[in-house]
Design a protein around this ligand. Structure first.
Ligand code: ADP
Ligand code: 5GP
Length: 186
């Protein structure tokens, strides 16, 4: 058994994090993905327990009160959080775990060492341009006009990027996926 590692993946909405993570989960057997909780509604392609645990605001509050979260944030008008078991469950089965976190959550894990005793590596996924990001988000067709604007405005609102060890400009998906998988397997 090798060393346990957590990869913290962040980037603007639409940069391609979920796409790259899905491809990696299928290709790199030593890596697992944590499933977060969210209060947002599932997209048509998403299933409860797969991409997220889709829960009510009330349930989210209960989990906070019970101290179940490692970290949680409010992002784009919804709440997102990682429960402690999500990380330990993955690390029981696999050596490496991927967490898809917003910039604030990522900062807390990478800088403040929330996962004590586990080495964490930051991977920043960026789109090739703002225009392409706009196009991807529009074509993903998962948000209304206001939510889309919100996601775009948040995109480069990240002063905290110095802590990321790896940066992938996700232009060609095959190249990016190869790079990402190599980082995870390395
Ligand atoms: P995120 O998880 O970062 O919000 P997604 O993985 O949902 O982003 O990707 C946003 C949209 O862009 C999706 O429809 C996805 O299929 C598409 N996409 C992802 N990577 C690329 C790429 N390299 N080139 C073109 N489209 C992409
Ligand atoms: P989306 O709604 O597009 O799935 O995710 C919106 C944002 O929430 C993304 O930036 C994603 O990285 C972030 N996110 C998803 N799960 C968590 C989590 O458990 N904690 C934090 N801090 N951010 C999360």
């Amino acid at each position: 058994m090798g060393k346990k590692l957590c990869y913290v993946v962040s980037g603007p909405s639409g940069a391609g994090k979920s796409t790259l993570i899905k491809l990696a989960a299928a290709a790199v057997k030593s890596v697992g993905v944590t499933v977060s909780c969210t209060t947002r509604s599932p997209r048509p392609s998403e299933r409860d327990g797969m991409e997220y645990h889709f829960i009510s605001h009330k349930r989210f509050e209960e989990l906070i009160k019970d101290g179940e979260f490692i970290e949680h944030v409010e992002c784009f008008g919804n709440r997102y959080g990682t429960i402690k078991n999500a990380v330990s469950d993955v690390l029981l089965k696999k050596n490496r775990c991927i967490m898809d976190l917003d910039f604030d959550g990522a900062y807390k894990v990478l800088e403040d060492g929330l996962l004590s005793g586990i080495e964490c590596v930051g991977v920043l996924i960026l789109p090739p341009s703002i225009k392409s990001l706009q196009r991807r988000l529009t074509e993903r067709n998962s948000d209304g006009a206001a939510a889309l604007r919100d996601r775009l405005e948040n995109s480069f609102n990240c002063e905290k990027i110095a802590r990321y060890e790896h940066v992938i400009i996700n232009d060609d998906i095959q190249n990016s996926s190869r790079r990402f998988n190599n980082i995870l397997a390395g």
